[in-house]
Design a protein around this ligand. Structure first.
Ligand SMILES: [Zn+2]
Length: 80
């Protein structure tokens, strides 16, 4: 089970991976520096993937994925 507070909804369009929104700064439809193959590797548990959100430069390590969500090793919520 993926803990919801660690998960990020994503979408693949035109061979690019988008986050529905950035959990840290709130920007919508953020293109992630991930390829669909990277998401597949995450889903297969083949490897982990650290990325930096382009909108606010927040670094996140993804450790798993399913068909709708990327799972991070940290809670994804706005920094206060
Ligand atoms: Zn952001």
């Amino acid at each position: 089970m993926i803990p919801l507070q660690n998960s990020l909804p994503y979408d693949i369009q035109m061979n690019e991976v988008f986050a529905a929104h950035c959990p840290f700064c709130g920007q919508e439809h953020v293109p992630l520096p991930l390829k669909p193959e990277d998401v597949r590797d995450l889903r297969d548990g083949r490897r982990k993937q650290a990325i930096v959100f382009p909108c606010c430069r927040t670094r996140v390590q993804f450790i798993d994925a399913d068909g709708d969500y990327l799972l991070a090793d940290q809670r994804l919520s706005p920094r206060r």
